[in-house]
Design a protein around this ligand. Structure first.
Ligand SMILES: [Zn+2]
Length: 280
């Protein structure tokens, strides 16, 4: 087993679906090399869970945000509550935020309003913002192009957008995190994008308990209480191995890059080298 330190740029370890195993994860993941994990809240109701997990687990980096699936559940005081969580957790990120036109019954105007409001907080405080986007890439680009973004950059998690849009997002400071979910055959275009991304903009994620890898390639199969497949957070190792293979580097070489990229985005540890646009 490699001694490389691993960083999960995006997951939901606080999610109730993972509760039966949460205690196991908290001991198992560091033993696998997991050094930090960004745990993303998605709505006011789960922010206290994220905060509690982070206070009990030093390697959990909390992130608080209103996910586009849950904007309809927000209270009138959601923004003030968000600011209170951010004030109480210095170093926390903003996420998971974004746009989604795939989910049934979505309201694009309300999603955009909540996304803009949260991106503005991230930009003003220079906090790492984690962005979700499904079937709304044009609308997302319009906002990311027009609005202030955090100086330290932002994360497009599990980037499923077109290759043609990558250069624009890079120019605005985007980082891109690779989930083992992209090992599905139908995700070859996404694997190709990650092969070509500049090495200072790549991260690895699980999105656990969501985005499980294909059945035949899943070393940690996990079935939820309803029988549905859950993504085990230990699949981070699979994500590193897969992305290393895609990029033609060793896992240790990839881990060295990702550690630096993670620190720059999420820990604010500035690397003064200019950002590359076209790779090494
Ligand atoms: Zn997520």
């Amino acid at each position: 087993m490699s001694a490389a330190l691993l960083f999960d740029a995006h997951d939901h370890l606080h999610d109730a679906r993972l509760l039966p195993w949460r205690g196991d994860f908290i001991t198992e993941l560091p033993a696998l090399g997991v050094r930090r994990a960004v745990v993303n809240g998605t709505r006011e109701a789960d922010w206290p869970e994220v905060a509690a997990l982070a206070s009990q687990t030093p390697w959990v980096l909390p992130s608080f945000g209103l996910h586009p699936w849950y904007v309809k559940d927000r209270t009138a005081a959601w923004r003030e509550t968000l600011l209170r969580f951010l004030d109480a957790h210095p170093g926390a990120g903003i996420g998971e935020i974004g746009l989604d036109r795939w989910i049934e019954g979505h309201d694009p105007a309300v999603q955009a309003e909540c996304f803009r409001a949260q991106l503005a907080i991230a930009a003003e405080r220079n906090l790492p913002a984690t962005i979700h986007c499904i079937r709304a890439w044009g609308a997302l680009w319009d906002i990311v192009r027009e609005e202030a973004v955090p100086e330290r950059g932002f994360l497009l998690h599990a980037y499923g957008g077109p290759a043609e849009m990558v250069a624009g997002f890079l120019a605005r400071g985007a980082r891109f995190s690779f989930p083992p979910y992209f090992l599905h055959d139908r995700k070859s275009a996404q694997r190709e994008i990650f092969r070509a991304l500049p090495s200072d903009r790549i991260l690895v994620e699980t999105d656990a308990p969501d985005l499980a890898p294909p059945e035949g390639q899943n070393p940690h199969p996990l079935a939820g209480e309803d029988g549905r497949v859950l993504n085990h957070p230990a699949n981070l190792v699979l994500g590193y191995d897969a992305l290393a293979q895609i990029r033609g580097v060793t896992r240790d070489e990839l881990a060295t890059l990702v550690e630096r990229n993670f620190a720059r985005l999420f820990l604010g540890e500035e690397d003064r080298r200019p950002s590359s646009i076209s790779g090494d």
